[in-house]
Design a binder for this molecule. Structure first.
Ligand code: GDP
Length: 194
C-alpha cells in the first residue's frame, strides 16, 4: 500500500463534527502510550502527522485522517488513564462506544496492545465489547522490536489466550523496524474493499 496523501480532516469533539462523506473508516483503539500514534505515522509514512504521547486531561477528540482520498483512519481517544476521574472515564467510554457501535462507515477496529505485557483489564473489556457487538476487529501487538525474536510467538499466544481471541488476527508490529506493516495493510485493505 503506497500512501501518497494523508491529511487530518478534523479533530471532532462530538458526532456533529464527524465528516459527512461515505468514505470507509478504520478505527484505531488502545490504551494511552501503546504506540497508536506511532502506528498511524508508520503506516502512512509520516514522521508526526498523528501526534504522539497525548497527555491525559487534554480534550479528547476523534481524529479523522483521510488517506489517499479513499478512506479514513480514525484515531480514537486512548482508554485506561488511571489519573482521570471515574466520571471522565465513563464519558470517554460512551463517546467511543457510540461512535463504534453506530457509525455506518466503520469497517474494522484495530485494537492495539503492547506485546510485552498481558492485556490489561481495559484491553480485555474493549475486546469483549467489540466481540459482543460483532464489530470486525484485528489486533496489532505493538513494540515487537522490544522483545527477542524467539519470544514473539509466546507473547502472541499470551495475548490470544488472555483475550479469548480465537479467530482474531494478531499482527506483531514495530514502528521502529516496520515489521508487520505490510501484513497490517493487507488485512486492512481486505476490509476496505469488501
Ligand atoms: P500513543 O499514546 O498510543 O499514541 O503512543 P505513542 O505512539 O506516542 O508511543 C508511546 C511511546 O512508545 C513513544 O515513546 C514511542 O516512541 C514508543 N513506541 C511506539 N511504538 C513503538 C515501537 O514499535 N517500538 C518502540 N521501541 N517504541 C515504540
Amino acid at each position: 500500500m503506497k500512501v501518497t496523501e494523508a491529511e487530518l480532516v478534523i479533530s471532532a469533539v462530538g458526532p456533529k463534527q464527524y465528516p459527512n462523506n461515505a468514505l470507509p473508516e478504520i478505527a484505531l483503539a488502545g490504551r494511552s502510550n501503546v504506540g497508536k500514534s506511532s502506528f498511524i505515522n508508520k503506516m502512512i509514512n509520516r514522521k508526526s502527522l498523528a501526534r504522539t504521547s497525548s497527555k491525559p486531561g487534554k480534550t479528547q477528540t476523534l481524529n479523522f485522517y483521510k488517506i489517499n482520498g479513499g478512506f479514513m483512519f480514525v484515531d480514537v481517544p486512548g482508554y485506561g488513564f488511571a489519573k482521570v476521574s471515574k466520571t471522565e472515564r465513563e464519558k470517554w467510554g460512551q463517546f467511543i462506544e457510540e461512535y463504534i457501535s453506530t457509525r455506518e462507515q466503520l469497517r474494522v477496529v484495530v485494537q492495539l496492545i503492547d506485546i510485552r505485557h498481558e492485556p490489561s483489564r481495559d484491553d480485555k473489556a474493549m475486546y469483549e465489547w467489540l466481540t459482543y457487538n460483532q464489530i470486525p476487529c484485528i489486533i496489532v501487538a505493538t513494540k515487537v522490536d522490544k522483545i527477542p525474536k524467539g519470544k514473539v510467538q509466546k507473547h502472541v499466544k499470551l495475548i490470544k489466550d488472555s483475550l479469548g481471541a480465537k479467530g482474531t488476527l494478531i499482527i506483531p508490529f514495530s514502528a521502529e523496524t516496520a515489521q508487520g506493516k505490510d501484513q497490517a495493510w493487507n488485512a486492512l485493505m481486505g476490509y476496505i474493499r469488501s
